[in-house]
Write a protein that binds this ligand. Sequence first.
Ligand code: HEC
Length: 163
Amino acid sequence: MLALGIFVGVIAGLVFFVRMNAIEARDQFPLDDPEIQAAIAERIRPVGSVLLIGDPEIEAAAATIAIAAPLPVDTVLTGAQTYNEACYLCHSAPGVGGAPVIGDVEAWLPRIEQGIEILHERSLAGYQGELGFMPAKGGRVDLSDAEVTSAVDYMIEQVPAAE
Ligand code: HEC
């Protein structure tokens, strides 16, 4: 009984002590004090921050650095790259609108027999055949002639018997 009494006494004492400290601390560091608010904001500030184009910080930084505009580089796509970008759409299996499917021997052999010049020419200028319409440069008029004809060569290389 005595031990229990002492125990309850100690607990009550502790609660009282903590409570007094809390009240004291509240008076010492009032949360609505702008200085304390600023100190807290500073302590919990994120380590980094994201700047977006248009933010004044970026504009200020940009004003101090003179960055030379990169020179446009002329890149030339390989035949395979051109095919994947511009021709794949119609010329991959199952073939859109009658387009001969890449690697399809039956579809390509008679075309290859016409001669590479005709195939190059039609890939550049476009072609209305019996099976469908092949748009000029596959619709990608931004491609150079060399890129388009190298895509034709690439497609022909994919026909096993034609090599
Ligand atoms: C919008 C669909 C489409 C795209 C994109 C397309 N083609 Fe075609 N292409 C066709 C069709 C359809 C034919 C078959 C026309 C026919 O024979 O009736 C064809 C046929 C061809 C032929 C055979 C011509 C002949 O004389 O037999 C070549 C070569 C060719 N395309 C190259 C290309 C290249 C290179 C590209 C990419 C730069 C390309 N095509 C993109 C639809 C397309």
